[in-house]
Design a binder for this molecule. Sequence first.
Ligand code: ADP
Ligand code: SF4
Length: 678
Amino acid sequence: MDPRYSILFEPIKIGPVTAPNRFVSMPHAIGHSYLMPNGAIGIRETRAEGGWGIVAMQLSEIDPTSDLAGLPYERLWDEGDVKAHARSVDRIRAHGALASIELGHTGIRSRGLTTGYPAMGPSVLPTLKPDMPLMAKAMDKDDIRTLRRSFRDAIGRAKKAGYDIAYVYASHDASILWHFLSPAYNFRTDEYGGSFENRVRLFREVLEEAKEEAGDQMAVAVRFAVHELSGPKRILNTGEGRAVIESLADLPDMWDVNVSSWSRDSGTARYDAEGFQEEFTQFVKTVTGKPVLGVGRFTSPDAMVSQIRRGVLDLIGAARPSIADPFLPEKIREGRIEDIRECIGCNMCVAVETVGMELRCTQNPTISEEWRRGWHPERIPKTENEKNILIVGSGPAGLEAALVLAKAGHAVTVAERDDELGGRSTREARIKGLSSWGRVKDYRLYQLQQMPNVNLYPGSELGADGIADFGADHVLLATGAPWRSDGAGRTRLQPISGFADFALTPDLVMDGAAIGPSVVIYDDDHYYMANALAADLSAKGHQVNLVTPMPSLSAWMGHTLEQPRMIAEMKAAGVRMYPNTVASAWDEAGLAVIRGDTGESLPTISATTLIVVGTRLPDTTLAVGLAEKGIPFRTIGDAECPGVIQSAVYSGHRHAREVLGTEPEDRIFKRERPTLFL
Ligand code: ADP
Ligand code: SF4
């Protein structure tokens, strides 16, 4: 091990238990609810194998009143839930890691839809889901007693399941303890409301009882947001984040501190750099003598060491970096820093969870497939029958497929038309705010360049004849999908008058097309491309108008938690925004537009350049040419089905495994099945 990093591998005592190192795979949503225990265990076990010293269970409801109806979280309501948790603990501990569980009651974030019990909070309040017509009731003294009992009982069950550390969750605006603490939500006039001491009372009681129940067998940690960067900001404004730590200083065995709300805690690379939480959390270690854990999208061992040496944190927490590379600690231990598959900070993992799906990741296609498909993030089965494989195109799909097939032992050739390898991962990384997209190709290219059975040929456009001459055993077309210029987009599938002849596409802009002083970007894609180009061109001095037929800009960025910050970025950059505005034609006067809802004509938006970000259409010329020659091939990535980078990487990985013959031919993989009692 590199001695510079040895501090990361020093054990640390946390109450009655000792963590073997400083790496913590954090409690975070994984999209596998209590109904999918096998898949969830697969994710956690892989992390324990990858060297994380503590591996956490995601947020677990403690009783039926903390029901998060429809959101894929965990449950530890009663004895019946203990068995599944115990299995998870066993699998984590089998690899030498400690197992932790985050126990929480989500208060006015609960819904009570499946259980029928009302959501509860310090006061009568709307539940924290503004688009749901639900309210929370004010808890009376009996409710408070029952809640304390529920926390205590859940701690007892966590101990029974064998957990080493149980959390009292008090972070974000998703904890009832936070709701009691915050004057934005707590309007009580009894001993649980008003003064700081009164508002922190429930938190203190729950924590004291948790410690009592845990005894000398299990540590009790607290997760608490010391700073509110969005939301009602009452804790920030009054400086009470610090007051809470001072008041409860040495009561928990470990402080796990972060910022609120979730959208700021999980800041993307576009808006927050590695280690961005330090300015808010650095005071904590000066206030408590207990170990302090924190996050910050850490992927660099130097940054981690610096946090510990400078006394900011004792333990390095990672949610997204552990998704992108479950073997990150092991790679540092073995001195394989270049092998780390660094999180790109895109929040696709968050986005899929918000729509109720199991985790997906741009960098790690094997996430969520550990149990059901048997995919390991590092190991690929070796072939006994070496083949000669040609991959056309070196974007995310081509490089991922090349890596899987080369690791299996095949002879792999990648031919790329451009002089630079990497496809969209290289090209899009040049746009302002998207430089981390380049990590997708950086990781894969570095790996491929180390392998003797791989040949990479940039500047090599291949046609059907060239492919036929090559005589490969398998051909994979990873040739991507160009953006359309004709205006056909997600809300309107037809071309728009004047677009095909005059509009620039993102491809042309990335290739350096000349752009006039004033620009209209028409966004019928609704993710990052249009607004990233807007920010980029605005920074280069162009006057930018951003027009979209949808009622709000970039709806998918609501799921990546970036939408409010992106809109603020557009405003600050002077980009004029036109939501609910449908393009009807482009001519020399500019973009003719109508209102999206009523169809009424709006004033023409004048500009010298039109850029359209609509849909993408694969070029099938090569596929048709190969079919005519009778050469078998697979089309992968964006060329098969245009999508986000995550889907291209996943496609490359899956197709490569299919070439290896390890995937079921009927496409049926293992599924979680409910038990039938009748
Ligand atoms: P994906 O996201 O599916 O990986 P990309 O668009 O990122 O797709 O990458 C596709 C790559 O394929 C581009 O870099 C492009 O230059 C390359 N390409 C397209 N057609 C050919 C071809 N005929 N020969 C070689 N490379 C090609
Ligand atoms: Fe990181 Fe993106 Fe993967 Fe999430 S999806 S872990 S942000 S690379």
